[in-house]
Ligand binder design. Structure first.
Ligand SMILES: [Fe+2]
Ligand SMILES: [Fe+2]
Length: 263
């Protein structure tokens, strides 16, 4: 069994500061093998916000995998955003924007979907798709993590990431099993799977772990317990008015017959 904890959209600088302690405590309690934070670590990419995120991440005892979101480029400085968009991220979080890790029975690939030329919209770069396709481990559960979702449900007002369809088609053919994303600040798993668009990839679209925007309704993150062809998803939620995480909502999915189904 491998325990992968997925956090996204921490938005340090516009975060619920009173929830930072409970979030850190719950992460430690869950004893993950790997913690993934899939972008929007900060709200505006400012140095003080980067430091807050850095302090939070440094307290996690498990290995941590990071990748940028659209809020982690210098949003307020167009010159820096165009010419060295990821310099700040690299300074505070290390040089690697697209790390890969073998953790227990999983192989995890980070993609950098932040596009400095576009304010919101993500971009899946062809080279990154090729890197994952070429690196799939046929013996492992292959997990791809990125900031922008690769498929959006009807009614989402943000544009989907460019080249997402092509990426999903190629990833599914190559044998990727799970895609983790954030950005929308809205949890979705079952509704995405029910579209039938990519039945062999379980897309887990995480809500925001710490953003203080009231319309997000809740903060949350997920623990994935991967066991052979099954994955148990534990969704840990803190409603906006309550500064603690409730007992998790648990659901289990299987790919034993190829396509994912909820069991
Ligand atoms: Fe976000
Ligand atoms: Fe975002």
């Amino acid at each position: 069994m491998t325990r992968i904890l997925h956090l996204t959209d921490l938005h340090f600088g516009f975060h619920r500061s009173e929830l930072v302690g409970p979030l850190s405590a719950r992460i430690e309690e869950l004893r993950p093998d790997l913690v993934i934070a899939s972008g929007d670590l900060t709200h505006r990419g400012l140095p003080a916000q980067m430091r807050l995120a850095q302090d939070f991440l440094a307290r996690i005892t498990a290995p941590v995998m990071l990748m940028p979101g659209n809020h982690d480029v210098p949003l307020l400085n167009p010159f820096a955003r165009l010419f060295w968009p990821f310099a700040g991220f690299r300074e505070y979080f290390g040089p690697e924007l697209t790390p890969t890790a073998d953790v227990g029975e999983t192989r995890v690939f980070a993609l950098n979907s932040a596009d400095p030329y576009s304010w919101q919209r993500g971009l899946i770069r062809r080279g990154e798709i090729g890197r994952v396709v070429g690196g799939i481990d046929p013996q492992a559960t292959n997990i791809v993590a990125l900031h922008h979702p690769m498929q959006q449900l009807p009614g989402i007002d943000k544009q989907p990431a460019r080249r997402a369809d092509e990426a999903m088609r190629r990833l599914q053919t190559a044998g990727a099993h799970i895609v983790l994303s954030g950005h929308l600040h809205r949890w979705a798993v079952d509704k995405v799977l029910a579209t039938g668009a990519y039945p062999r990839i379980l897309q887990i679209q995480g809500g925001t772990a710490l953003c203080a925007r009231l319309s997000d309704m809740r903060n949350e993150f997920a623990l994935l317990v991967v066991d052979g062809t099954e994955v148990e998803i534990q969704r840990h939620i803190s409603p906006m008015q309550i500064n603690r995480f409730e007992d998790p909502i648990i659901s289990t999915y299987s790919r034993a017959s190829g396509p994912w189904r909820r069991v």
